[in-house]
Design a protein around this ligand. Structure first.
Ligand code: EPZ
Length: 418
């Protein structure tokens, strides 16, 4: 097993380039199974979740080429139906996009209940509500989701919860349904717009992605094409927070500033200087950070996937801060690790209060989940002394060359064998 060893107290300085969006690429690669032709996808992030979803796509006989590390060509012309390995499917959350794609292509799917970070219960009832409304019969007992459909017919589906996964999965299932499907109360995240743009580039007919009403007009064939994935909003936010938290001066390049608006506002409120450029954002620490209150919400609200990283910054932001987790039931497990480093956090249910301390102190900690792992790395960069972070395969799921990008900004961070 590997761990990260960090010597803190060094302000991050310099430029960092953001990779393609993890939560777009998983959906887009599943979506290639819909396409009766070749899909060339560019700006793929080099992260372990991509390798997992590619292994699943290969189960169906899709031909996969990698002209370079950040480009994948998938030819799903001659794929045949299959049931991907149960343990493989359980490794990531994004596996559930295969259900919508397979229903669309083969009118049937058999996929194990997905895995992913443990934030309490992660039901998929809204996905099933959408598939059923389109005409599929779905059985989700015994840890496997079995869906079959004679026909898929366009319908209006209202999502009881704003759900990224359900919105994307219903888009996938509706692409080749008869007639028009409308998703009401749809999620509006940037990766949903990215997914709709990819599907349209391959021949689908989707309008309204990015609003709470998405309209999908079924098409008979999707021939393929080329698509470039958007920059990762959460990786960008992670580096913005790390720059402010270490009192540094970092230019985060290859970002879409509009996607970062809620975080930009909160970092300015906390006392950092943030400058928006065309496709970059500059974040400068300006001395002491100030306590601020944050509530995570579906986009365009403050992203839940930046909640742990922001709490790490707030541990030394002068005063009492409150973080309310508006999306997940239990997303504060990582705070125990920050408390080992001297943070004063009281987390209960969906709320955490953070009383500032003058400084954090390095300690042996672990990544409890993907973004909790990013949070303890940021804490290690801020802390006095040395921090060792274990369980870092969780971080590798969603960050390409994380420690290399940080080292290029002056961080003292190494990956070593445990
Ligand atoms: C996606 O998860 C992301 N994962 C998560 O990012 C992210 O936290 C989440 O969206 C919210 O932005 C991927 O894209 C692979 P949801 P997803 O469906 O789709 C409830 C990361 O760090 N819900 O938007 O699973 C659910 O319990 C990961 O990159 C239902 O009740 O999230 C939650 O409370 C972690 N029924 C809320 O909706 C459903 O059928 C939002 O979930 C579906 C969801």
């Amino acid at each position: 097993m590997e761990k990260l060893v960090i010597t803190g107290g060094v302000p991050l300085k310099g430029n960092v380039d953001i990779s393609g969006a993890k939560n777009s690429v998983l959906a887009i690669l599943a979506g290639t199974l819909l396409v009766n032709g070749e899909c060339r996808i560019e700006n793929i992030p080099d992260i372990s979740d991509v390798s997992v979803i590619l292994s699943m796509i290969e189960c169906f006989g899709a031909k996969i080429g990698r002209p370079d590390k950040h480009t994948i060509v998938v030819d799903a012309k001659d794929i045949t139906y299959a049931v991907p390995d149960y343990e493989l499917v359980r490794r990531i959350r994004g596996s559930y996009y295969l259900i919508g794609a397979l229903l669309s292509r083969f009118r049937k799917a058999e996929i194990a209940m997905p895995g992913g970070c443990n934030f309490g219960s992660r039901p998929i009832d809204q996905h099933i509500k959408g598939f059923t409304a389109l005409g599929a019969a779905v059985d989700d007992s015994r840890g496997v989701i079995k869906a079959t459909a004679e026909n898929l017919t366009g319908v209006s589906v209202y999502l009881d919860k704003v759900s990224v996964g359900a919105t994307i999965n219903i888009m996938l299932a509706a692409c080749k349904a008869e007639g028009v499907t409308v998703i009401e109360n749809a999620a509006r995240e940037p990766h949903i717009v990215d997914m709709a743009n990819f599907l349209n580039a391959m021949g689908a007919n989707i309008k309204g992605a990015g609003t709470n009403r998405v309209k999908i007009k079924g098409v008979t064939d999707m021939k393929g094409g080329t698509y470039q994935i958007i920059p990762d909003q959460i990786e960008a936010g992670t580096f913005m927070i790390a720059a402010a938290a270490t009192g540094g001066d970092v230019l985060i390049r290859n970002v879409i500033p509009k996607h970062m608006e809620s975080l930009t506002a909160k970092l300015i409120e906390a006392g950092a200087k943030v400058t928006e450029l065309d496709d970059a954002i500059r974040v400068e620490g300006t001395g002491k950070l100030k306590a601020t209150n944050v509530q995570t919400m579906p986009y365009p609200g403050f992203p839940t996937d930046l909640q742990p990283q922001m709490v790490a910054l707030l541990t030394v932001a002068e005063g009492l801060s409150v973080m309310v987790e508006g999306v997940w039931d239990n997303r504060f497990q990582y705070t125990d690790e920050l408390i080992r480093m001297g943070a004063k956090i009281n987390a209960a249910g969906k709320m955490a209060t953070i009383q500032s301390v003058p400084t954090l102190y390095g300690a042996p900690v672990k990544a409890t989940d993907l973004r909790g792992g990013a949070a303890v790395v940021i804490a290690g960069l801020m802390a006095e002394g040395t921090t060792e972070v274990s369980n870092i395969t969780l971080i590798d799921r969603g960050y390409e060359k994380f420690e290399e990008k940080l080292r290029a900004l002056g961080a003292k961070i190494e990956r070593v064998e445990e």
